[in-house]
Design a protein around this ligand. Structure first.
Ligand code: NAD
Ligand code: ZN
Length: 347
């Protein structure tokens, strides 16, 4: 298998969407899984592709059953160990097709073509693949999965022109997170916010490229999250995931991460540079609006308790303390609850 070497993932930033997709898809022994909405919107680009399937994307059917269907499609079309599977869509298609390519014939090459902002700056890069699973206590997100690194990621920001506002804002959550972790992203985002929100192509191209390269570089240094470096990408995610669970996955991930970053910074305010706190909170409020998402502290604790990052019974929070500086804070359950309650009282 050619792919799945974390140090070899190549990012390509495309300009000529239709030509490049045509070239990609016309390679021999190449199969594609395409998001149904992307297929409908960009049907012309896929005219020449004979082999594809597309599904209605939904967290509820990001499942082993669908991965099984992808594998059956590959078998039916005589895909072999040297085939390449191209995932064209948002994070759901990317995670499922990525997972299928990690197990089909014990692993085949995978190429990601992320089409949402969230997938272009985050989900399409980094080799985390997987599916959700239904249990008696509800849907457990990404419970089953593998690391399987794409050989190539083709990023065409033109796709973002057709994203609806909710989906676009979802990706903005991860862009704002990245801006806390990297000075260049912070400066560009702060200076070009208006253009980015208006989907100005030049500004979008630049911010997507900066964020995607930032993530890819972190992943190359710590592909399997063993040195601790990759953990910084989880800023806002301990509380963000807990909010997502409390709202039964009805709120977008990006929105929950924005609220998660806001709360984590409030919980740890004494450790955070004042100027950074003020300017970063403004970015969050602009994206989220000034209305906070309601939450129940005890329920957030119940979810945060299950976070994969926790150590020795303490809750791990990765929190940016200044631009480009992110630290891990380990809180006892009591501390976590008390600090959250204090934030709630001051709102
Ligand atoms: N693997 C990772 O590292 C990683 C990281 C973050 C999130 N994720 C996963 O990503 C998933 C969320 O991804 P997402 O936010 O991209 O959602 P998604 O894949 O559900 O796509 C969102 C919606 O946008 C539509 N869409 C996609 N591209 C479009 C385009 N160009 N124009 C118009 N509509 C388009 C889709 O049909 C879908 O309805 C979650 O399952 C999450 O667990 C994975
Ligand atoms: Zn995220």
């Amino acid at each position: 298998m050619i792919g799945s070497d974390p140090t070899k993932t190549q990012l390509h930033f495309g300009e000529n969407l239709s030509n490049e997709i045509e070239v990609l898809m016309s390679k021999p022994n190449t199969f594609a899984i395409i998001d149904c909405r992307v297929y409908q919107l960009y049907a012309d680009f896929f005219n020449k592709t004979k082999r594809f399937v597309y599904y209605f994307t939904h967290e509820g059917n990001k499942s082993l059953e669908l991965v099984q269907q992808i594998c059956n499609f590959l078998l039916k079309n005589n895909a072999d160990r040297h085939s390449t599977l191209v995932a064209i869509g948002g994070g759901i298609i990317g995670d499922m097709a990525g997972f299928a390519s990690s197990i089909y014939m014990r692993g085949i090459n995978c190429i990601q073509v992320p089409t949402t902002l969230l997938a272009q700056v985050d989900a399409g890069i980094g080799g985390k693949t997987g599916v959700n699973t239904k249990t008696d206590s509800g849907l457990i997100k990404n419970a089953i999965g593998r690391f399987h690194f794409p050989s190539d990621v083709y990023i065409f920001p033109q796709f973002l022109q057709t994203l609806d506002t909710t989906q676009f804002l979802c990706g903005i959550g991860e862009v704002i997170k990245t801006s806390a972790l990297d000075k260049e992203v912070f400066e560009f985002f702060t200076e070009n916010q208006k253009k980015i929100y208006n989907k100005n192509m030049v500004a979008l191209d630049t911010i997507v490229k900066l964020c995607a390269n930032f993530k890819n570089n972190i992943v190359k240094k710590d592909p399997f999250e063993t040195t601790g470096l990759r953990k910084i990408l989880n800023f806002g995610h301990t509380v963000g995931h807990a909010i997502e669970a409390q709202k039964d996955n009805q709120l977008s991930h990006g929105k929950c991460v924005l609220q998660g970053m806001k709360l984590e910074m409030d919980m740890l305010k004494e450790h955070i540079d004042k100027d950074f706190y003020n300017s970063f909170q403004k970015l969050i409020v602009k994206a989220l609006g000034d209305k906070n998402i309601s939450y129940n502290s005890q329920k957030l604790l119940n979810s945060a308790r299950k976070d994969k990052k926790n150590v020795g019974g303490k809750i791990s929070i990765m929190c940016a303390t200044n631009v480009g500086k992110c630290k891990e804070f380990l809180l006892t359950e009591d501390e976590f609850l008390n600090r959250l309650n204090l934030c709630q009282q001051s709102q």
